[in-house]
Design a protein around this ligand. Structure first.
Ligand code: PLP
Length: 465
C-alpha cells in the first residue's frame, strides 16, 4: 500500500532530480564531454535520468546522490562510445570460428588494407594504357600461378560464387548433382535452394551413399547445362559408399560438351595432409582433374578476407564475368587488397604468416608450454584451480568434419562461481575472452590465442570478482 508519507517522499525525490544542464556542470562529466563529445554525454545523461524517474515512480529507488549519478552517466557514455564491432580473444580452439569472424588476416594483409583504404588506387585503372581497367586483374595471375586456373573472379563469398556460377552457366536448364551432395552449410546455405534461386533446375541422381558414373550419364539430356560436384564440407558419409572420380566425371561432362562445376567449400591452395588434415583437396588438384569451374571461400582454409573465388577455364569464366549479377556481387578494394596480400604469402612460401595456417601448424610442445604458463598464472589467484589436459582443436568454418588437431587445454574451476558464470564473466572483460565449458569446467585452448593475448587472458581472470 502506498501511504501519504510515501507519496510525499516520492514527490520530494522527483523534485530533487537535477536537469541535464545541471549535471553537465559536474567536473568529471565535463572532462568526459571533452573526451567523448557533447552528444554522447547528453544522450547518456538523458537515459540515466529517465531510468531514475522510472525507478522513483515505481518505488524501486528511494534515494540517490549526485556523485552516483555522475558515475552512472560516465559508464553509460563509455558504453555508447564503444564500437559495436570490437576485437575478442578466441580461446575456443576453433580456428575458423564463423561467429568470431573466421580467418584472422595476416599482418601483411592488414598493412596493405591500411595503405589502400585512405587513398586513391588503381582499383579499376590500367596504368599502362591510362584508361579503365578491371578489378579482377590484381589477383588473377596470382591464382593462375597457384592453381593453374586460366581465370579467377572474386565475389562477395562462396555462396555468391555458387549462385552466380549456376545462374550464368545453367539458368533455364538442368544441373545434375548427386543425392549424397545436396548439403546444407550452417546459416541456411542449401544447395537445392541456391540452385532454385539461380534459375537452374536441380536434377538429383544416385542415392545418399552411392552414386555411379552411369547415374550421371543416364540423366544427361538436351536440357542439361552442367554437372556439379559439391564437397561435403561439414559431414562425412562412411561405410558402403561410392562416387565417381573427378576425372571420370569431367570426361563424361566434356564428351557431352558440358562444364563440370565443383563447389569445394573451403578450398585450400596447398596440400594440408602434412598437417594431418585429410579430405580437403587443393583447388589445383580439381582443375588438374578436369573440373571447369571451381568455387571456394576466401576466409576458410585460405586464411584471407571474406570472399568467394571462382577459378577455372576462360570460356566459362568469361560467361560468368559478363553476367549482370557479377556487378551486384563484386567485392570492394579492401577485400582485393587483403586477398592479394594473403595470396602473395603463399607464392613467397611464407605460409606461417597466414594466421589460420600457422595455428594449424603450431607444434604440440609450444602449445604445452603456453598452456602450462597460463595454468600457473591463473592459479596464482587462490580462487582458481587449474589443470593442463589433452584435448582437441578443430579447424571449423564447415571444413574437415570429424578431424581435429591434438592440443593442450587449460581446465579452470572457481571456488564459488560455476563454469557458466565464469564463462560469462570472461565475456564481459575488455577485450572479451571467449572460452568453452565442458563438464562444469572452463576450457582454454592456446592454439587460437596469439602469444601477446596470453597476458590479457591472465588479466581477465584477475578481474573476475
Ligand atoms: C562454406 C561453404 C559454402 C559457403 O561459403 P561462404 O563463403 O560462407 O559463403 C558453400 N559451399 C560449401 C561446400 C561450403 O563449405
Amino acid at each position: 500500500m502506498v501511504t501519504k508519507s510515501d507519496e510525499k517522499a516520492m514527490t520530494d525525490l522527483l523534485r530533487r532530480i537535477p536537469s541535464v544542464d545541471e549535471l553537465l556542470g559536474d567536473k568529471t562529466l565535463q572532462q568526459l564531454e571533452s573526451e567523448l563529445g557533447h552528444r554522447i554525454v547528453v544522450q547518456a545523461a538523458r537515459s540515466v535520468l529517465q531510468g531514475l524517474r522510472e525507478g522513483i515512480t515505481s518505488g524501486k529507488i528511494r534515494e540517490f546522490s549526485a556523485a552516483a549519478l555522475a558515475e552512472e552517466i560516465s559508464a553509460a557514455a563509455r558504453d555508447l562510445a564503444a564500437y559495436s564491432l570490437a576485437p575478442v580473444i578466441n580461446a575456443t580452439g576453433v580456428i575458423l570460428h564463423t561467429n568470431l569472424g573466421r580467418a584472422p588476416l595476416a599482418a601483411k594483409a592488414v598493412e596493405h588494407i591500411g595503405k589502400i583504404a585512405g587513398r586513391y588506387s588503381n582499383l579499376e585503372y590500367d596504368l599502362g594504357e591510362g584508361r579503365r581497367g578491371k578489378r579482377d586483374t590484381h589477383t588473377d595471375s596470382l591464382f593462375a600461378e597457384l592453381t593453374g586456373a586460366e581465370r579467377t573472379l572474386v565475389v562477395n563469398n562462396n555462396a555468391a560464387a555458387v549462385f552466380l556460377t549456376l545462374n550464368a552457366l545453367a539458368e533455364g536448364g538442368e544441373v545434375i548433382v548427386s543425392r549424397g551432395e545436396l548439403i546444407e552449410i550452417g546459416g541456411s546455405f542449401r544447395i537445392p535452394d541456391i540452385c532454385a534461386k539461380s534459375g537452374a533446375r536441380l536434377r538429383e541422381v544416385g542415392t545418399t551413399n552411392r552414386t555411379r558414373l552411369a547415374d550421371y550419364a543416364g540423366a544427361i539430356n538436351e536440357n542439361t547445362r552442367a554437372l556439379m560436384r559439391v564437397h561435403p564440407s561439414n559431414f562425412r558419409v562412411v561405410g558402403f559408399t561410392e562416387r565417381p572420380e573427378l576425372a571420370e566425371l569431367a570426361d563424361l561432362a566434356h564428351r557431352h560438351h558440358l562444364p563440370l562445376i565443383e563447389d569445394l567449400g573451403s578450398g585450400c591452395l596447398i596440400d594440408l595432409r602434412p598437417l594431418g588434415i585429410q579430405d580437403e583437396p587443393p583447388v589445383g588438384a580439381s582443375l588438374k582433374a578436369g573440373v571447369d569451374v571451381v568455387t571456394f571461400s576466401g576466409d576458410k582454409l585460405l586464411g584471407g578476407p571474406q570472399a568467394g573465388l571462382i577459378c577455372g577455364r576462360k570460356e566459362f569464366l568469361d560467361r560468368v564475368r559478363r553476367n549482370p549479377l557479377f556487378r551486384a556481387l563484386r567485392v570492394d578494394k579492401l577485400t582485393i587488397a587483403a586477398l592479394e596480400a594473403t595470396v602473395r604469402l603463399y607464392l613467397d612460401g611464407t605460409i606461417d604468416a597466414v594466421p589460420a595456417l600457422r595455428m594449424m601448424r603450431l607444434p604440440l610442445e609450444e602449445l604445452t608450454t603456453r598452456a602450462t604458463w597460463l595454468a600457473e598464472k591463473v592459479r596464482q589467484n587462490s580462487s582458481f584451480s587449474t589443470e593442463v589436459e589433452e584435448g582437441a582443436s578443430v579447424v571449423g568454418g564447415g571444413s574437415t568434419p570429424g578431424q581435429s588437431l591434438p592440443t593442450r587445454l587449460v581446465a579452470v574451476r572457481h571456488d564459488r562461481l560455476s563454469a557458466q558464470e565464469l564463462e560469462a564473466a570472461l565475456r564481459e572483460n575488455l577485450p572479451p575472452v571467449i572460452a568453452r565449458v565442458e563438464r562444469d569446467r572452463l576450457l582454454l585452448d592456446p592454439r587460437t590465442v596469439s602469444e601477446e593475448q596470453d597476458a590479457q587472458i591472465v588479466q581477465a581472470f584477475e578481474r573476475v570478482k
